[in-house]
Design a protein around this ligand. Structure first.
Ligand code: SAM
Length: 258
C-alpha cells in the first residue's frame, strides 16, 4: 500500500485540474478516441474525471491502483470503467490493449528501471502516453523565509528515495520519460503545469499547510540533525499560510506514436 489518502487526493484535485496544460490534455483525449484509457496509479479517479468531458460518452477506462481504499472511493457504477487492483511495481499487465496509457502525478515515484519497463510495455502496444503533473523540484514561497531552501533541498533528496519502485527519479522523471519515448520514435511534447496557490482563494491555505507539512516531514526524515530548524520553519509557514503565495513546479508529458 502506497500511503496516499483519499483526503489528500480530494484536496489536490481542483489544483491539479487548474494546473494541467489544457492543450496537452485535449491532444491526449483526441488520441484516446473510445479508449481503452488505462490510468496507472489512478487514486480516486481524478485523471478520468479530467479526461471524460473531452471524450465520447462510451469511452472505456481501466483504472489501476494497489490501494483498495482509493479504488473503493472511485465510486462509479459504469460498465465502461474497470477497476483493477495491482501492484504496478511488479505487474504492468494492465497496459495490454491500451489505446492511451495515463499516469498523473505518478512518474516522480518510479525508478529508471521501472520506467524502461513501462516504456517497453506502452510502445509494444503502440499506445499513447500522457503523464501530467510530474513534480520538477521547484517550490517558490512568497513571502520567502530563510528556511525555505534547506527544507526544499531535504524534500527533493527524499523524493529520490525508494517509493516502492526502486530509487525514485523525483524531479528528473519527466525528462527521463521524454528521452525514452523520443528514443522509441514517439513524438514527445512537454508543458509546464505549476500549482499556484494564492491568498485570494480561501481553500488554498489548507493545501499550502498540507504541502508545508509534507515537505517538513520529508526533510526531517532525510536530515534528523536539522529537525529543530525544520520544525521552526513549519510553525512559521503554518502561521503565514493564509497570506502565502506558493508555486510548485510540474511538467506535463504527452508521447504519441509517430
Ligand atoms: C500521487 S498519487 C496520484 C493519484 C492520481 N493519479 C491523481 O492524480 O490524483 C499516486 C498514486 O499511485 C498509487 N501507487 C503508488 N504506488 C503504487 C503501486 N506500486 N502500484 C499501484 N499503484 C501505486 C497510489 O496508491 C496513488 O493512488
Amino acid at each position: 500500500m502506497s500511503g496516499f489518502s483519499a483526503e489528500w487526493l480530494a484536496l489536490r484535485e481542483p489544483a491539479d485540474a487548474r494546473a494541467r496544460d489544457p492543450g496537452l490534455l485535449r491532444a491526449a483525449a483526441a488520441f484516446a478516441g473510445a479508449g481503452p484509457v488505462v490510468d496507472l496509479g489512478c487514486g480516486t479517479g481524478s485523471m478520468m474525471r479530467a479526461l471524460r468531458p473531452h471524450l465520447a460518452a462510451h469511452a472505456r477506462f481501466r483504472l489501476v491502483d494497489d490501494a483498495s481504499d482509493l479504488l473503493a472511493a472511485v465510486a462509479v457504477a459504469d460498465p465502461s470503467v474497470d477497476l483493477v487492483r495491482a501492484d504496478l511495481s511488479v505487474d504492468l499487465g494492465a497496459v495490454a490493449g491500451a489505446r492511451l496509457v495515463t499516469a498523473s502525478a505518478l512518474l516522480d515515484l518510479v525508478s529508471a528501471g521501472w520506467l524502461d519497463r513501462l516504456v517497453a510495455a506502452v510502445t509494444a502496444e503502440r499506445a499513447g502516453f500522457y503523464a501530467p503533473l510530474n513534480y520538477d523540484g521547484r517550490a517558490i514561497w512568497s513571502p520567502p523565509l530563510s528556511g525555505d531552501a534547506p527544507v526544499l533541498a531535504g524534500f527533493n533528496r527524499h523524493q529520490r528515495g525508494d517509493k516502492g519502485f526502486g530509487p525514485a527519479l523525483g524531479a528528473s522523471a519527466a525528462a527521463e520519460a521524454a528521452a525514452r519515448f523520443a528514443r522509441a520514435g514517439y513524438r514527445v511534447e512537454t508543458a509546464q503545469s505549476p500549482w499556484r496557490f494564492e491568498p485570494a482563494r480561501i481553500e488554498d491555505a489548507q493545501i499550502v499547510r498540507a504541502v508545508a507539512y509534507g515537505m517538513q516531514d520529508a526533510a526531517r526524515a532525510i536530515d534528523a540533525g536539522s529537525a529543530a530548524a525544520f520544525d521552526a520553519w513549519l510553525a512559521a509557514r503554518m502561521e503565514a499560510a493564509g497570506d502565502t503565495t506558493l508555486v510548485v513546479g510540474h511538467t506535463d508529458l504527452l508521447a504519441l506514436p509517430a
